[in-house]
Design a protein around this ligand. Structure first.
Ligand SMILES: Cc1cc2nc3c(=O)[nH]c(=O)nc-3n(C[C@H](O)[C@H](O)[C@H](O)COP(=O)(O)OP(=O)(O)OC[C@H]3O[C@@H](n4cnc5c(N)ncnc54)[C@H](O)[C@@H]3O)c2cc1C
Length: 281
């Protein structure tokens, strides 16, 4: 098997154009599982870990630009922990320390699993995905990125270059239900982000639909019911309960070996209530 290790974005894209059968390799924590299971034969690999344009985290005004090759271990720390706390909380729930040292946010976004832990956070925050392929560059809002289970608008020969995440003033959280407390794929997960400037609440749901989901109706409803102050937001107790039900209504869960649709919907309503209580006063 040939391994190409490009040292620039241009040469990575040239390699993907020259060898359309080549697989992109970042941390390998999804790709190598498929290879080892015999589900993905590899003839050629383009390893993107040394592409400088895919590495590093930069703050650009009110946006954090996170290179695709950034690992979950890096996301646990500043500046992400300070500026996008929900993403740091989500990163801490991914696999084991060994997995977090290898697994990247770009791999999570490219795999586009409904259970990917970074993805509900990106949905709640209204992030965008920077994609490059050939001579084309595009910025895709996360709401338009997923097209189905493990499917996205990312075409063959394209690379996720970075995710652009808005920096919001307001509380954030990430909650994940699994069969145990660590090293577990989500049975259901939920990210919340409060935006005190825009007076908005964002929700992202994982593992309860074919793609990561938003809950726009529940979010507009609770924003209209909340009492917004410059330093926080208050929501009445009965509205917190109603919010939980409305967010659960946005879920599209199925029964599978990890849990039933009924359990998942219930878990979403509990997480939504808990997350909203933690983010409001
Ligand atoms: C033991 C174990 C535990 C895990 N636990 C979790 C968990 O708790 N939560 C969770 O969300 N995930 C978990 N995962 C899955 C995995 O770690 C994540 O999805 C991770 O983010 C994948 O990133 P990677 O860098 O390893 O991607 P890779 O395996 O290198 O690549 C994954 C896919 O994305 C493509 N790709 C990678 N980077 C790019 C790019 N920049 N542009 C275009 N395509 C690209 C590859 O071609 C491949 O198809 C776990 C995996 C293992 C093995």
């Amino acid at each position: 098997m040939a391994v190409i290790v490009p040292e620039s974005l241009e040469s990575a894209l040239a390699a993907l154009t020259a060898y359309p059968d080549a697989a992109v390799l970042a941390g390998g924590t999804d790709l190598m599982v498929e290879v080892n299971d015999g589900r993905r034969p590899l003839t050629r690999v383009v390893a993107v870990g040394r592409v400088p344009e895919l590495t590093g985290i930069r703050v650009d005004g009110a946006t954090v630009v996170i290179g695709a090759a950034t690992t979950f271990a890096q996301l646990e720390r500043d500046p992400v922990a300070e500026l996008v706390p929900a993403l740091a909380y989500a990163a801490r729930t991914v696999g084991s320390p060994q997995i977090r040292n290898a697994a990247t946010i770009g791999g999570n976004v490219a795999t586009a699993s409904p259970a990917g832990d970074a993805l509900p956070v990106l949905v709640a925050l209204g992030a965008s995905v920077e994609i490059a392929g050939g001579n084309r560059r595009r910025l895709v809002p996360i709401a338009d990125y997923f097209t189905g289970p493990k499917r996205s608008v990312l075409d063959a020969g394209e690379l996720v270059v970075a995710v652009q995440v808005p920096v919001l003033r307001g509380a954030q959280d990430y909650l994940k239900v699994g069969v145990r407390n660590a090293m577990v794929i989500a049975v259901a997960s939920l990210a919340i982000a409060v935006d005190l400037e825009a007076r908005r609440v964002g929700i992202g749901l994982g593992s309860v639909g074919p793609t990561p989901l938003a809950a726009p109706e529940a979010c507009s409803w609770v924003a209209s019911r909340a009492r917004w102050r410059s330093d926080g937001v208050e929501v009445a107790d009965e509205d917190v309960v109603e919010f939980g039900e409305r967010v659960a209504g946005a879920a599209r869960p199925i029964d599978d070996h990890r849990g039933t649709a009924r359990y998942r919907r219930h878990a979403v309503s509990v997480m939504a209530r808990r997350a909203l209580r933690r983010c409001t006063r």
